[in-house]
Design a protein around this ligand. Structure first.
Ligand code: G3P
Ligand code: MG
Length: 245
């Protein structure tokens, strides 16, 4: 099994996160896949953005859920990162899927329902994936167990991952109960015991957000299925060296 390298929010160390610039760069770097975040606008359009508010990553202010898609499109999502990226916009999931479809990359959609549940987001996202025939290349993840449960109920086949930054009690029973097929742990949770248990339970590990070489190497050594990284170029380089050494 060869570990796949996913670009976290695109190649987000080098270009503004979750913009087309960051996604194109990830493709250029030959990442195996892209991890990105989905939230819903006031008019129920799924859009690609990490925070619940647009304050940090655009030149405008407000909550995604209180703004329409047209209003969000007025915001500049690149200039905060560097003047070179001025003019980048928040994009819809629909446009993102249109773009990624003809590439060979895999996709990890993280549904950001941990602060606001965005009622109905699960069905909206699944319908769009269906429309673009992207379900077999997509993993849906969330920190919110209810979201995973709803996805698994609506589509028992699609790949799902439970995101966690701490180890809950009865992790594997919990995951089975919600219908999660994989574990997406924070990199600091990775240890021999967890790796062993995942193997025993036949649960793939897709670890985030791994940027430092020492942790990338550790994840490669552990045989993680996916490494999610802001620096996919670095992870790919280390992987090359790891395989040939
Ligand atoms: O999906 C992995 C990672 O993106 C989860 O945390 O906050 O970077 O979306 P965050
Ligand atoms: Mg994310």
């Amino acid at each position: 099994m060869s570990t796949k390298i996913f670009a976290h929010r695109g190649a987000s160390k080098y270009a503004p996160e979750n913009t087309m610039a960051a996604f194109r760069l990830a493709e250029l770097m030959q990442a195996d896949g892209i991890e990105t975040d989905v939230q819903l606008t006031k008019d129920q359009v799924p859009v690609i953005i990490h925070d619940e508010s647009i304050n940090r990553t655009t030149n405008k202010r407000g909550l995604v859920r209180n703004l329409t898609y047209d209003e969000l499109r007025q915001a500049d999502a690149g200039a905060w990162f560097s003047r070179d990226y001025a003019g980048e916009q928040i994009i819809s999931l629909d446009d993102f899927l249109k773009w990624i479809k003809p590439t060979s990359m895999l996709l990890n959609l993280e549904l950001k329902t941990n602060k606001y549940p965005y009622q109905g987001i699960e069905r909206i996202v699944l319908d769009l994936l269906d429309l673009h025939a992207m379900k077999d290349r997509t993993m849906i993840s969330s920190f919110n167990a209810d979201t995973i449960r709803r996805i698994a109920d609506l589509d028992p086949i699609i790949d799902t991952g439970f995101l966690t930054s701490r180890r809950p009690r009865q992790l594997f029973a919990l995951m089975e109960d919600m219908g999660a097929k994989a574990l997406h742990p924070k990199f600091r949770l990775l240890n021999k015991k967890l790796i062993q248990e995942c193997l025993q339970h036949n649960v793939p590990i897709r670890v985030y957000t791994v940027n430092q070489p020492v942790y990338i190497l550790r994840a490669l050594e552990a045989g993680c299925d996916v490494i999610i990284s802001d620096v996919p170029d670095r992870a790919l380089e280390l992987k090359k060296g790891y395989i040939t050494s």
